[in-house]
Design a protein around this ligand. Structure first.
Ligand SMILES: Nc1ncnc2c1ncn2[C@@H]1O[C@H](COP(=O)(O)OP(=O)(O)O)[C@@H](O)[C@H]1O
Ligand SMILES: [Mg+2]
Length: 500
């Protein structure tokens, strides 16, 4: 007995001795547990609003109710967690609530896992500083700043030549489709309506002819395409059904000819009709195509530049994967950011088809994407019902939908597409309330800033709050132009007092 007591004394830790009177404490009380059937306890289910918190992916913020860390991004949720069946994110919300900031964070986090971020058309710029900080390439596009030759087969053309054989030919055919899509998009933008089917066949034949007669190592330019239409080689004539009659040929190609002239001599000319000024570096750790030098009011040029940037960027992705398939380079994954999606959508009816064609194949492309826009109304502004349905399809197909504050009517509309509970609608609409009338406007921020609801499939949404770090604030402060050089609030007040 004495011996046993001595042994237990030796074993005693900081939490006392075992046995009665020993003062022993357990360092964690086991929680009380109850068990009941769902019939008995249906009204007690405490987890109906919020589905726990996922821990795979980029750390995004804290759960609004539980304070738990929430992680996520479309690529990790598709590849590792398998929560979603399509690596794509659709984000909606009113301006200024922090959408671009959150996507910037995903970009930084994903880059750390080896994914290559591609910001294809940065309007503000929201991402250029981040991409620079990641050691990436920033390419400026705009009048007199830099251009993209839309006929340049780019990285895909080079990859097709390098791979050769059957796979090379398949890639070359895909390259042709991409160039054709891009020229058709430019024509839709200048016409403000979609292009006709027969014109597309003519354009396709002309592009084929042009590619065959352009010497290797040189990319054809838009004026060369115009020259082909002007000359009318047999291959192009055949698809116009001219039956040997030159007048019939001219009638068939004149509208196309005029639109191309409209591009060359119009506001899009300098940017798209000459050599690509800086090519995307296929081995860069991140790429940003900065189009912020294009004026806000220049809707056609903005839309066209965004589309050209997407086409060029996604072509680079396709080339990288084709080379990796052939075993020539290591496999890299990409994350494409298409911010301010409403700009090109608004520019012309029919553009939505072009965007659809550009972005449809993500899954097989090894490409995650984030599409960001304000509201579903952006799609409503489009001309035809089929355009609207396709634009809604972007949201339906997105694996992950993230909402920042939106007015109630728009949340109800969105609820019909992604399925939202009344509580979720209340919550997100409350984030769209305007800020109070604080005396010093500098400190007052909108109540919904940094708050998001993440929806995946039919699961309950995850409401989060994002707190940004000082580094993130410096990398992306869209208000900097307003704040720099603004008068001190005191001084301004003093001026008023003086006047009174
Ligand atoms: N979570 C946040 N906390 C504090 N400030 C933020 C947060 N998110 C964004 N901001 C600031 O709000 C401003 C607008 O953010 P931004 O991401 O450009 O909004 P959006 O893309 O929704 O229009 C920026 O100046 C940014 O620094
Ligand atoms: Mg933004």
């Amino acid at each position: 007995m004495k011996q046993a007591r001595a042994a237990s004394k030796a074993a005693a830790g900081a939490r006392g001795w075992p046995g009665p009177g020993g003062g022993e404490v357990g360092h964690l009380d086991p929680p009380t547990m109850w068990r009941a059937t769902t019939v008995q306890a249906c009204g007690l289910w405490p987890f109906a609003a919020g589905s726990g918190s996922p821990m795979t992916g980029v750390p995004l913020g804290q759960h609004l109710d539980t304070g738990a860390t929430v992680c996520g991004d479309p690529i990790s949720w598709f590849t590792r967690a398998r929560y979603i069946s399509n690596p794509s994110l659709f984000m909606l919300g009113m301006p200024g609530l922090g959408k671009s900031t959150l996507v910037n964070r995903m970009l930084i986090g994903l880059s750390a896992t080896g994914v290559v971020p591609l910001v294809l058309g940065d309007l503000k710029p929201d991402y250029a500083d981040t991409v620079r900080a990641l050691g990436g390439q920033v390419i400026s596009i705009g009048r007199g700043v830099g251009g993209i030759n839309v006929l340049d087969p780019g990285a895909m053309g080079a990859a097709a030549a390098r791979i050769g054989g059957e796979a090379g030919r398949a890639l070359a055919a895909e390259t042709h489709g991409r160039v054709l899509n891009m020229v058709a998009a430019l024509i839709s933008v200048v016409r403000s309506r979609p292009m006709d089917d027969h014109e597309q066949s003519v354009l396709s034949a002309a592009l084929h002819h042009l590619r065959e007669r352009t010497p290797a190592g040189r990319a054809p330019l838009l004026p060369d395409l115009l020259a082909v239409l002007h000359e009318g080689p047999d291959r192009v004539r055949a698809v116009t059904l001219d039956r040997g009659d030159d007048t019939r040929y001219r009638e068939a190609v004149d509208p196309l000819h005029r639109s191309l002239l409209g591009i060359l001599d119009g506001p899009l000319g300098d940017t798209f009709a000459s050599e690509t000024s800086t090519r995307i570096d296929p081995s860069a750790p991140a790429v940003c195509i900065d189009i912020s030098r294009i004026g806000e009011a220049d809707t056609q040029l903005t839309a066209a530049a965004m589309l050209a940037a997407w086409s060029d960027g996604l072509g680079t992705v396709a080339a990288s994967h084709a080379l990796a398939d052939a075993g020539l380079i290591p496999r890299r994954w990409f994350f494409a950011v298409l911010d301010e999606l409403w700009r090109p959508l608004r520019a012309a009816s029919g553009i939505v088809d072009r965007i659809d064609a550009l972005t449809r194949l993500n899954r097989s492309l090894g490409l995650g994407d984030a599409k960001i826009t304000h509201t579903l109304k952006d799609a409503e502004a489009l001309g035809s019902e089929s355009d609207r349905a396709k634009a809604r399809g972007f949201v339906e197909r997105a694996g992950m939908v993230v909402c920042a504050g939106l007015p109630r009517t728009e949340m109800e509309e969105l609820g019909r597409v992604v399925g939202l509970s009344a509580r979720e609608i209340d919550l997100v609409s409350s984030w769209s309330s305007p800020p109070g009338w604080a005396v010093s406007g500098l400190q007052e921020e909108p109540p919904g800033r940094g708050r998001f609801l993440i929806k995946v499939g039919g699961r309950p949404g995850i409401p989060i709050k994002v707190a940004i770090t000082d580094t993130e604030r410096e990398l992306h402060d869209t208000n900097s132009r307003w704040l720099a050089g603004a008068p001190e609030p005191r001084a301004a007040m003093g001026g008023w007092e003086g006047a009174a």
